[in-house]
Design a protein around this ligand. Sequence first.
Ligand code: DQA
Length: 165
Amino acid sequence: MTDRAVAKSLKVVVLTLKYLSVLVLHGPNLNLLGQREPGIYGSLSLAEINRLLEDEGKKLQANVSPLQSNHEGVLVDAIHAALGQHEGILINAGAYTHTSVALRDAIAAVNLPTVEVHLSNIYRREEFRHHSYIAPVAIGQISGFGVQSYLLGLQGLVHHLRNKS
Ligand code: DQA
């Protein structure tokens, strides 16, 4: 094996074993999950979803740090603060998905791999939910699978982070 090949294999091993850190952002009104329109968003509370994400994170060797806010600026600040702290972002921006240029610009600014998720299928719902400001700056979007959207999104993000270089 050449030195270069050895260095490449070592890099693969390090990336495979490294514990990753993922910021999980939940936008407005998601604090009411469980009681908020359960026919659309399901019956799990946000705390239960976060617990499932933590469990999934353990399987994937990734620490998840969840944060929910009803305030756009708090979410923007959290995205800025993710630089140097987290390797990627999993975000359900709630209604800000459809309105927030500021969140889109924050994600573009930090340039951290970001996956967008939605509990409901936003494309089967009202027209105003069909457009996402986040999608063009995300590596991917998962929508419509309830809590599984979050878990699939985390899997996709971690897979991307481990395979990108
Ligand atoms: C949502 C879909 C959005 O349109 C809505 O405003 C939400 C939740 C979802 O997870 O399905 O708050 O992001």
